[in-house]
Design a protein around this ligand. Structure first.
Ligand code: SAH
Length: 253
């Protein structure tokens, strides 16, 4: 049996209770070394094998998994944040399916949400936008043309951009093809880690600020008016608005 586990964004306390229970009882733990906090592994079983996959190829990771499961060992495959975002888990699943190895996925706190928490922001503000786009800019690996930053920017939704901080200049320019240049933009570096940094600016100025702060990896770029302070109050808590769990106060009268 193999468990794909979302490690959360960094703070070891952001690991789910279920993820922790499985990590602590696994025989073999393979983790993506670059971003997974080693503090997650302070309570692992005596004799458990802890393997950093940073320098391993897919085939090498699969060999370890096949070998371990053939011996009846339990395996935890630990990915940063939530494994469903840029986790490269599907290719592993296809190989596991072929070998008839069972697996389950335990979600984690993606850095995109840890970043929003750090900034104390809500992506879906009434009267502003009800949509969050999670994406990355084309870089060494391409992105389908329909999903270019320029195309997505037309929607004017809240946007969180992974894996693109090193090209912040180009990214900001592409975003400004539709978002006004004074649109709020923010960068969160190492969300939920002790050395977390938050930079808040506008699309026009964000690239300079990021360079001043010398940030070029492990950061998310956020853009949209959700970062500003103007919005309508939510209907959910509006006393004149009924829903499944609460009748409007004027309706009750
Ligand atoms: N599955 C991960 C994303 C992996 S891709 C998740 O859900 O968070 C790696 C990218 O995620 C990085 O380039 C960066 O853009 C972002 N990232 C990962 N951890 C981060 C963190 N703690 N703070 C800010 N961005 C982070």
């Amino acid at each position: 049996m193999l468990y794909f586990i979302g490690a959360g964004s960094g703070d070891p306390e952001l690991l789910t209770v279920k993820g922790k229970r499985i990590i602590d009882s696994s025989d073999v733990i393979i983790y993506t070394g670059s971003l997974v906090n080693k503090e997650l592994f302070t309570d692992i079983k005596e004799g458990a094998k802890l393997i950093n996959s940073a320098s391993l190829s897919l085939d090498e990771v699969l060999d370890i998994i096949f070998d371990s499961t053939a011996k009846g060992l339990s395996v935890a495959r630990v990915h940063t944040g939530d494994p469903s975002m840029y986790g490269a888990i599907r290719e592993q699943m296809v190989a596991l399916d072929k070998e008839g190895i069972e697996y389950e996925v335990i979600p984690g706190v993606s850095s995109v949400f840890a970043g929003a928490a750090a900034m104390k922001k809500e992506f879906t503000l009434p009267g502003v936008t009800q949509t969050l786009i999670l994406t990355r800019m084309a870089g060494r690996t391409p992105v389908p043309e329909a999903e270019s930053i320029e195309n997505l920017a037309k929607i004017q939704a809240s946007m969180a951009i992974f894996l693109s901080i090193a090209s912040i200049d180009e990214l900001a320019k592409k975003l400004m093809t539709s978002y006004p240049k004074d649109t709020p933009a923010a960068v969160v570096y190492k969300a939920s880690w002790p050395d977390q940094k938050i930079i808040v600016s506008t699309l026009e100025c964000i690239a300079d600020k990021v360079k001043e702060a010398d940030i070029n990896k492990t950061a998310l770029v956020y853009v949209g008016r959700f970062l500003a302070d103007e919005f309508e109050l939510s209907k959910l808590y509006d006393k004149h608005f009924s829903h499944e769990f609460r009748e409007a106060q004027d309706a009750r009268r």
